[in-house]
Design a protein around this ligand. Structure first.
Ligand code: G3P
Length: 214
């Protein structure tokens, strides 16, 4: 499973990328709004730091606007892909951008039929938002499981990117269900790497070594 960071924070991305842990990045308007500077420059820097796909989201809500914006954003770097919302106009834009050879991550997916339509429109990635479904007392991971099954039934090669990840268990479940990508805030990545038994075990090893030599 590919590991993406869900942030536009270049320092956090650079730190995690230096560990060789980050395959790609997802951004959205809320995340971009937290950063200062020119959005296109920020995206260019992110695209330079990570080896894989960097999702840049359109702000337009009409298909023509999304296509125009998508073409501009895709020109920033070869690994920039375009994020379009799962709306009727978004699906039209997906098809048109795909015809221009531009890969689209269809975002804000909350149901199986939405995921099916995105794949039929030619989506490169579908992003089910698991945390936001959990927030309204539904099971986000059940949607991931259903998408996996239905895409398998019909041979769609649209990648499943688990988004709106809030905790390490979401990542574990995404891997168990065979999602292609999990995108997570830097804090969740940290929680996944660290383990209290690793820290206490390491301390003990070093203490034993020092005690034996003193
Ligand atoms: O990738 C989509 C993600 O950023 C949404 O996460 O936590 O705002 O639901 P959240």
């Amino acid at each position: 499973m590919e590991i993406f960071l869900d942030t536009a924070d270049i320092s956090a991305i650079t730190r995690a990328a230096a560990m060789g842990l980050v395959d790609g990045v997802t951004t959205n308007p809320s995340l971009m709004a937290k950063e200062s500077g020119d959005p296109k420059e920020i995206l260019a820097r992110i695209a330079d730091v990570v080896p894989g796909d960097v999702s840049a989201e359109v702000l337009s809500t009409d298909a023509a606007g999304m296509v125009a914006e998508g073409r501009e954003l895709a020109a920033i770097a070869p690994n920039i892909i375009i994020k379009c919302p799962l709306t009727p106009d978004g699906l039209r834009a997906v098809r048109e951008l795909a015809e221009h050879g531009i890969r689209v991550n269809v975002t804000l997916c909350f149901s199986l039929p939405q995921a099916l339509f995105a794949a039929k429109a030619g989506a490169y990635i579908i992003s089910p938002f698991v945390g936001r479904l959990d927030d309204i007392a539904l099971t986000g991971m059940k949607l991931v499981e259903d998408i996996r099954q239905v895409y398998g039934n019909y041979g769609f090669d649209t990648k499943i990117l688990v988004a709106s990840i809030r905790n390490p268990l979401h990542v574990v479940e995404a891997a168990r269900l065979g999602a292609h990508i999990a995108t997570m805030p830097p804090k969740v990545l940290d929680l996944l790497i660290r383990h209290p038994l690793t820290d206490s075990g390491l301390e003990q090893f070093l203490r034993d070594w020092e005690n034996a030599r003193s």
